[in-house]
Ligand binder design. Structure first.
Ligand code: HAM
Length: 420
């Protein structure tokens, strides 16, 4: 048997209720905060991700699904959505209509990471991106919105981690201090970090190798290097979160795995999923629109990891699958022909209807209706049809009564309305 690809997974109907529940709540809150949906291709030019995420990041160095396209061009299955949203903002001249755009998109991302619990090679994100707003109040508003969504979904054990990554004015001094400190401890760093120390020292702060973590404990903090503007920006973000009663942890080790961030960076972390503890992450990326060839516009956004959030909710608040309103048990060929028409009529009237065409015995059909937790069963045999009626059985009360065929739809609609 051909199995699915390692690190990929099927999302089965049982889980879909949880996914739909999250998506519904997320879309409602995003729209209430003024976001509009955008749908983008899964495939982009490799160059887009190299230029935005950064050439010396784990994602670009080793995790992208890249292959040759037409002409000499390399194509990549998107490892994240921000770069694509920025591309569309520029390419579709959205900034010219109104530089302020609030966009969201939901869909799969692809990263060739080592698969483990909560870490997949195809995973889904809900992304929200805001363009054209420099005020720190929007940074706070995004976090308030995210936090409210998680509260609504009743996810326990979450904390907001927040940091400032400074700006091109103040970050170089921090980078230098970090780099000096790492050079002095180079012997204790893993092989990857010995390289990162030169190419992209901030990435060392992400390393999970125990010997590197020991070195990182003594690393300088970006907050001590923030310029006046960045410090003021960060203070407004945190004080606005306090005003909205969003609890947060100042985490000066939080650098995020993508290079485009500046100033505010944040993650929502959980204690429930082991090593893969980030359920959502984001931050400001003021320079990116310009880097990708657009006008200079500030931007900020985040992405929620749907798979991880669904895993959390599945554990704490499993969603029930909706059950059939009506199950049609028809016995005999003529009854089946008739029941086929009824099932179409009922389904087309918006009534969730199941029908069994296998020609099994009434006992077997009732057993199946029970397994499906159908609310009502329509029983039709050749005799009932001769009488011009069907039997309607309430599966909860076990009451059953004959109903004339021509009144069947009205009757079902009525009992469903009174039952719910
Ligand atoms: P990210 O931190 O790489 O940020 O991903 C965001 C979230 O996606 C993570 O917190 C996690 O929940 C989920 N995620 C990431 N990788 C995996 C994986 N291999 N398996 C399962 N879930 C995963 C970004 O992608 C940025 N584009 C977010 C952003 C939007 N920043 C600004 N705007």
């Amino acid at each position: 048997m051909i199995q699915l690809v390692r690190g990929f997974k099927d999302i089965l109907p049982d889980e879909i209720q949880t996914w739909k529940h999250i998506e519904k709540r997320a879309v409602a809150i995003l729209e209430a905060f003024g976001f509009r949906e955008i749908r983008l291709p899964l495939l982009e030019k490799t160059e887009l991700f190299k230029r935005s995420i950064g050439e010396y990041t784990d994602i670009v160095e080793k995790e992208m699904y890249t292959f040759p396209g037409s002409r000499e061009e390399l194509l990549t299955l998107r490892p994240e959505a921000t770069a694509s949203v920025v591309r569309a903002y520029i390419q579709q001249h959205m900034y010219a209509v109104d530089p302020v755009q609030k966009l969201f998109t939901i869909g799969p991302m692809f990263r060739k990471e080592r698969p483990q619990k909560g870490r997949y090679r195809q995973f889904y994100q809900i992304n929200a991106e805001v363009f054209g707003i420099a005020s720190p109040l929007i940074d706070a508003q995004l976090i308030v919105m995210l936090w409210a969504l998680f509260q609504q979904l009743e996810v326990a054990g979450l904390t907001v981690h927040i940091n400032s990554l400074g700006c091109p004015k103040c970050r170089p001094a921090f980078k230098q201090a970090l780099s000096d400190m790492l050079q002095a401890n180079a012997g204790d760093l893993c092989a990857d970090c010995q390289r990162r120390m030169r190419t992209n020292p901030l990435r060392v702060l992400d390393c999970k190798v125990p010997s590197c973590r020991k070195v990182i404990v003594n690393a300088p903090s970006m907050v001590d290097f923030l310029c006046e503007d960045c410090a003021r920006h960060f203070n407004t973000v945190t004080s606005s979160l306090e005003k909205q009663k969003v609890p947060y942890i100042l985490n000066h080790r939080l650098v995020r795995g993508l290079d485009y961030y500046c100033r505010t960076a944040f993650e929502i972390q959980t204690t429930e999923l082991g090593a893969q503890n980030a359920v959502a992450g984001g931050g400001r990326y003021d320079g990116l629109v310009e880097i990708l060839g657009g006008p200079s516009q500030p931007a900020i956004g985040f992405a929620i990891g749907l798979d991880r959030l669904a895993d959390l909710l599945k554990q704490s608040k499993p969603q029930k699958e909706s059950v059939p309103d009506v199950f049609i048990a028809c016995i005999g060929e003529t009854a089946q022909q008739q029941a086929f028409t009824w099932s179409c009529t009922l389904s087309l009237s918006g009534i969730k209807t199941e029908i069994d065409f296998t020609g099994k015995s009434l006992k077997a059909l009732m057993k199946r209706a029970d397994r499906l937790s159908a609310r009502f069963v329509l029983i039709a045999g050749d005799q009932e049809l001769k009488d011009g009626s069907v039997v309607v059985r309430n599966m909860e009360t076990k009451e059953q009564m004959p109903v004339p065929i021509e009144e069947m739809l009205d009757h079902i609609q009525q009992i469903l309305a009174t039952a719910s």
